[in-house]
Design a binder for this molecule. Structure first.
Ligand code: ADP
Length: 475
């Protein structure tokens, strides 16, 4: 049994902006069946301390860049897992996790630098065998642990999205307590600035990303976000492990958010009827397409906007749930106003998302790039056929329905990120809908595909075991 400290900047159900929170909830639960897992995250203002019975624990003092910070620690035991929360006004007195839409807080280097120091302290205190770090917000801990001879833990660093690297002015080096010797191309320097993602890639004992295809893509200039060269240097410790979902949380047969739980695709009908009437959409005989996600270029929102009026001209209903960049919202809103078969909800609503997955016939996911993607996994598990751009994790999890392979789900797949191809895929989905028997077969297949953590948690365990068997130099 290994002692694993799993660190992430967001964890469902305490705080969530995207897929990282889902992974930080579900992977530790899968690992917790066989290992001692502690999850650590920041104590943000929106974390509901009463609901989750979060209690005060012994605090700690952290010296970072010559300044002393008093850290209050909190904890709770939730659904079999031990959670720790790092409390500081830098987290507790802010409205957002990372900053208002479209920009991060200016002191994010300090906020998450401090979080990384706290992770390092905890790794020493808990005598962790493995510290699993996620994304740029925890990446500095890989460097801190590598220079801290009293911490014996091995580090695994997972890249959930290479597009967000945590780049800050070099002037933060001092306040982060990082010596000049690390400010090199081999270290964390990046075009004269600090790049925290580089700390994770450069100093962790192993680096993973969230799908095998994305692991290959990020070694190329097109997907490498300026770090492809650096990643190539460290390619020998890079692997791609596909994400899973927690199939007890995302379970159409027990999901309390649904109008009526179901076990087969036929059971979706009632959920579709009720959902359509709840948002004033007519004609339940027409296919219902949904889009759920962050409004960013990555998610293919430009393609969605370019094609929305054309799609809405066909016999279908379209429902959109999301939030993000304001200009996208304005564009979507102005188009939706012109169509009585398009419904939009701007904001974040977990229960509504569940009801939409249950109600829909098709999920639209035209991502330009997609490290793994969870939406398509959730959709398939709810018997909703994905329409995807075959890239990154989407390519690893969805195969074209006319050459369906059993290891993956089946959906409508298009090869290049263009509005033209997206529109063709949408039309192929309409044709498919006109063949209800085939549609039911595909949906039934998708509901059976194993999208759980079963296999991927084992791959992480194998990695942890290999690392923990290596000799560690520590005092
Ligand atoms: P991301 O790149 O945003 O992390 P993923 O596909 O990995 O994308 O995960 C997205 C997760 O967030 C899924 O659980 C999805 O259902 C959920 N989600 C995204 N946007 C919203 C929203 N506006 N309301 C509710 N859930 C959302």
């Amino acid at each position: 049994m290994l002692s694993i400290l799993f660190a992430a900047s967001e964890v469902f159900p305490f705080a969530k902006t995207g897929g990282l929170a889902d992974v930080a909830y579900s992977l530790p639960r899968a690992l917790g069946e066989r290992h001692e897992v502690t999850v650590v995250m920041p104590l943000y203002r929106m974390v509901d301390q009463i609901r989750y019975r979060i209690e005060k624990r012994d605090g700690m003092t952290i010296v970072m860049g010559g300044t002393s910070y008093n850290i209050s620690m909190y904890g709770c035991h939730f659904e079999g897992i031990e959670y720790l929360f790092v409390g500081t006004p830098l987290f507790g007195e802010r409205e957002y996790l990372y900053g208002p839409p479209e920009r991060g807080y200016e002191d994010n280097a300090l906020r998450f630098g401090l979080f990384s120091y706290a992770i390092t302290h905890l790794a020493a205190m808990l005598r962790s065998d493995i510290v699993h770090l996620n994304d740029w917000q925890t990446a500095l801990a890989a460097l801190l642990i590598s220079r801290e001879k009293t911490v014996c833990a091995k580090t695994v660093y997972t890249i959930h999205n290479l597009a967000y690297q945590g780049i800050f002015e070099a002037s933060f080096l001092k306040s982060l307590g990082i010596e000049q010797r690390y400010f090199t191309q081999e270290g964390i320097e990046f075009y004269g600035k600090i790049n925290l993602m580089k700390s994770g890639i450069g100093y962790a004992d192993a680096v993973t990303t969230v799908s095998p295809t994305y692991a290959k893509e990020i070694l190329t200039p097109v997907f490498g976000c300026g770090l492809d060269g650096f990643l190539k240097v460290h390619a020998n410790k890079l692997t791609g492990i596909i994400n899973g979902i927690d199939t007890s949380h995302f379970s159409p047969s027990t999901d309390l958010a649904l109008y009526r739980p179901y076990k087969t695709p036929q059971g979706k009908k009632f959920n579709k009827q009720r959902y359509l009437s709840s948002v004033n959409l007519q004609s339940e005989d027409k296919p219902l397409f949904i889009f759920i996600g962050r409004f960013t270029w990555q998610k293919g929102v430009d393609m969605l906007i370019e094609t929305l009026l054309m799609m809405a001209g066909d016999a279908c209903n379209i429902a959109i749930l999301g939030e993000g960049e304001a200009h996208y919202r304005t564009d979507i809103e102005s188009q939706a106003e012109r169509c009585d078969n398009v419904h939009c909800f701007f904001g974040y609503d977990e229960a509504l998302a569940h009801r939409m997955y249950a109600a829909a016939d098709f999920l639209l996911m035209p991502s330009v790039f997609e490290p793994c993607g969870l939406n398509q996994l959730i959709a398939m598990h709810y018997g909703t056929i994905p329409v995807v751009h075959s890239v990154g994790g989407l390519a690893d999890t969805v195969s074209a329905y006319d050459s369906c392979d059993t290891a993956r789900g089946c959906g409508v797949v298009f090869d290049s990120a263009s509005s033209h191809e997206f529109m063709q895929a949408f039309e192929a989905a309409l044709d498919l809908y006109a063949r209800p028997k085939t549609c039911l077969q595909i949906a039934a297949h998708d509901m059976q595909v194993d999208v759980s953590w079963h296999n991927s948690a084992k791959r992480y365990e194998n990695l942890y075991r290999t690392l923990s068997e290596e000799q560690v130099e520590c005092t």
